[in-house]
Write a protein that binds this ligand. Structure first.
Ligand code: ARG
Length: 462
């Protein structure tokens, strides 16, 4: 079929150029959004008397047929027609030449492509990603609720620091995912802006009604500057940026799962169904799923750098460079969808080695801070308590003893303020239970209540 823009050309497009410039091989995914946009646009054109009701009906019927053909896989996308917008329009013109040729009145592919991406991202954000995040949060909260008394070492600098509960540790991730969700929701506000009607860039001399299109397509806002409308890909960047942060969180979690499943840690065992073997070492059971989650973070960051770089020196308004936004975006959507799905499944199949966690939590002088805080309750200034405790730890290291193994006489050599009540403080259980400050490991049940309330809050209730 000849090009829809062939009027001013005398030569055919080179085959290599056709292959190089086409986007239909990937933007065909936007077909349904493109049709929805066209239906709303045609309805508005008829309302405004720019086309007749009859013409609009023909357009609706034609687009309906095209929809059916695509759904039943009869439709053939043609790369000579470049992209989804022209494929849809050309197919309509074939079906209904007179009316079809009027559809592109007062719009351009530049505003169409932005519209299609916004329609896609609205659904993906509201009905997929945030829903998946909530699901995973609920899985983690459930595991946390069952592990309020499971004690494990908390780390700083990857050194055992203080005992915490497994619940507390998992809830830290739930908080991270809550922020991720908030970021997606916030970005949604900016996705939810109608660009259609910006036309190529300057608006139109025709008497269109953008509000009607916005209403039909349920957009909260209508872009108020037509040049910005077709130049803007911030909403794509924000989506990928938010996904990068989500993946960074996923990757940190995956890294912990890899570490925890080593023989050295032995904190967890991931079930066979969520691990893989080695082709040469028969004994191996590898945490490949976690590793791949960590690994896939790279491609999401790559997409972010790609889109930021594509946009960074583009003069206003639309430039063809912007076509490069779609493949990375689609890849990010697929990646985070898969990651959220598989990590949620996998987590339900992790066995926690509670004995081992508790045992390691008690090692490495993890109760030193408890001793220092004990001295503070006896009115010793914290700096001094820190010094005294440090000296006691040094003494224990030399003698290969643990804190609770010292006699009261030995303790008193360091400070007279230490009495027999110290022994009941020097257990991991007491340490964990005592940390009742807001957000602390001793008030995890309250945290569960608080986060449950937040997580349960539906998007529409806000
Ligand atoms: N396929 C193009 C893209 O993805 C659509 C817009 C093309 N506009 C144009 N004037 N060439 O960005």
């Amino acid at each position: 079929m000849s090009k829809l823009w062939s009027g001013r050309f005398t030569e055919e497009t080179a085959e290599s150029v056709e292959a190089f410039t086409e986007s239909i091989s990937f933007d065909h995914e936007l077909w349904l959004y493109d049709i929805r946009g066209s239906v709303a646009h045609a309805k508005m054109l008829a309302e405004q008397g720019i086309i007749t009701e009859e013409e609009a009906s023909k357009i609706f019927a034609g687009l309906g047929e095209i929809k059916n053909e695509i759904e039943s896989k009869e439709f053939e996308f043609d790369s000579a027609l470049e992209d989804i917008h022209m494929n849809m329009e050309a197919a309509l013109i074939k079906k209904s030449p007179e009316a079809g040729k009027k559809l592109h009145t007062a719009r351009s592919r530049n505003d169409q492509v932005s519209l299609d991406l916004r329609l896609l991202l609205r659904g993906i954000t509201k009905r997929r990603i945030t829903v998946q995040i909530v699901k995973f949060q609920k899985t983690l909260i459930e595991i946390a609720a069952n592990n309020i008394n499971t004690i494990m070492p908390g780390y700083t600098h990857m050194q055992r620091a203080q005992p915490v509960t497994l619940a507390h540790h998992l809830l830290a991730y739930v908080e991270m995912f809550e922020r991720d969700k908030e970021r997606y929701k916030d970005a949604y506000k900016r996705i939810d802006t109608l660009p259609l009607g910006a036309c190529a860039l300057a608006g139109t001399t025709l008497n269109i009604n953008r509000e009607s299109v916005a209403k039909q397509l349920k957009f909260k806002r209508t872009s108020s500057n037509s040049i910005d409308a077709v130049s803007d890909r911030d909403f794509v960047i924000e989506f990928i940026s938010n996904s990068s942060i989500l993946m960074m969180h996923m990757s940190r979690m995956a890294e912990e799962l890899v570490l925890w499943s080593t023989k050295e840690f032995s904190f967890i065992e991931i079930s066979d169904a969520y691990t893989t073997g080695s082709s040469i070492m028969p004994q191996k059971k590898n945490p490949d799923v976690a590793e791949l989650i960590r690994g896939k973070t790279g491609r999401v960051y790559g997409a972010l750098v790609s889109i930021l770089t594509t946009m960074k020196a583009l003069p206003l308004a639309y430039n063809r460079d912007m076509q490069e936004d779609k493949e990375p975006l689609f890849d990010v959507i697929d990646t985070i969808t898969n990651v959220l799905h598989v990590i949620n499944e996998m987590f339900k199949h992790i066995k926690f080695n509670k004995e081992r966690m508790r045992k390691t939590a008690a090692e490495g002088f993890s109760l030193a801070t408890d001793l220092a805080e004990y001295l503070v309750t006896k009115k010793m200034p914290f700096r001094e308590a820190h010094e005294v405790t440090g000296n006691i730890v040094k003494y224990c290291v030399d003698k290969s003893m643990d804190l609770h193994e010292l006699t009261i006489e030995e303790f008193k050599r360091f400070s007279d303020l230490i009495d027999n009540d110290i022994y009941s403080r020097l257990t991991v259980e007491a340490s964990v239970k005592g940390r009742k400050s807001y957000g602390g490991t001793g008030e995890v049940e309250e945290q569960i209540k608080r986060i449950r309330e937040k997580v349960d809050k539906n998007w529409t209730e806000e």
